[in-house]
Unconditional design. Sequence first.
Length: 435
Amino acid sequence: MIPRYSRPEMVTLWEPETRFRIWFEIEAHACDALAELGTIPKEAAQAIWEKGGKAKFDVARIDEIERVTKHDVIAFLTHLAEFVGPEARFIHQGMTSSDVLDTCLAVQLSRASDILITDVDALLAALKRRAFEHKFTPTIGRSHGIHAEPVTFGLKLAEAYAEFVRARARLVAARAEIATCAISGAVGTFANIDPRVEEHVAEKLGLTPEPASTQIIPRDRHAMFFATLGVIASSIERLAIEIRHLQRTEVLEAEEYFSEGQKGSSAMPHKRNPVLSENLTGLARLVRGMVMPAMENVALWHERDISHSSVERMIAPDATITLDFALARLTQVIDKLLIYPARMQKNLDALGGLVHSQRVLLALTQKGVSREDAYALVQRNAMPVWRGEGEFLPLLKQDAEVKKVLSDAELEDLFDLGYHLKHVETIFARVFGTA
């Protein structure tokens, strides 16, 4: 991923030096288990840890060897032998390259998950703070982009909070599913390596043994992992689009923070654009675009092929790095979001009271008017207001058929904004666990 959309901690996880260090740990832990089983000398396992543990792996040297071997794991093992010496003959006993590659990928994806879970926690904290800040800030709810009925801005953020609580749970589940270890040798039969070696390596690396691997860990696990990242990216986009709509000039109920010295346009000095939210929309598309290749990786030939390898070398770092950046950016947007309650109230009032139409409809039916007739009565008074030909409440008061059923005082009571907010506390209690 390009530096512009990357953060150091996640980038470091995917650097070659990190990968080679994990490869070494897999091999060294396997040697410990082999030594305990009497397959290799304990002195050899100890020497491998001492010499390899101090080694600073030379990425350029490994690349140089790979240009000859055309095999990355062999290139690494050859380079490792340059540090370890004669005891290197005991490394990789009974193992195949996939044991190293797949187990390493499981470690990296598990660690990436931990970073992403921390990211989601930070976003949840920002959403909760702003939701409580605007718990009772009234604003218009929209369906199909059209004014519907009143909500609060706090409810909008509470809905986003609940969505990212689900995202966190999915990440935790995806982490558990991806965190498996395979040290089962060629075609996964353990013919040349004891299953106890796998159990030992798994324990040391915080993984669980893969119940039944072929020569590789089954790729349905990876498909589920990347699908989870794709769903989280979609949740990011949903909230980003909400902010983009709210920042439109005609709406302007909220907008991204505009810092001192920031410029919105090279041509128009007045511009304040939702560039961060637009960026998030684009990044979400990228993450989702990496889901389908992961799905297609599930169907491999027999006990293994490497058609999945090139895909994962690209999507594993890119998807996790991109999502890490996007979550952090969204947290920043929410934390500093500028919110305009006065503009929300102005927009609430823009349709001359039409947002209370359902209350009037229900009140008429409760007075004995059929629903069809009640709907017609309300709509015939609403449409002139929609065309800018008056206010809803005065028109209702002037309608003879409405007056037969509802008094002026009853009509006025139906226009109480507080009616729409009476269950805000209930919803907040459901979402946050507190009233």
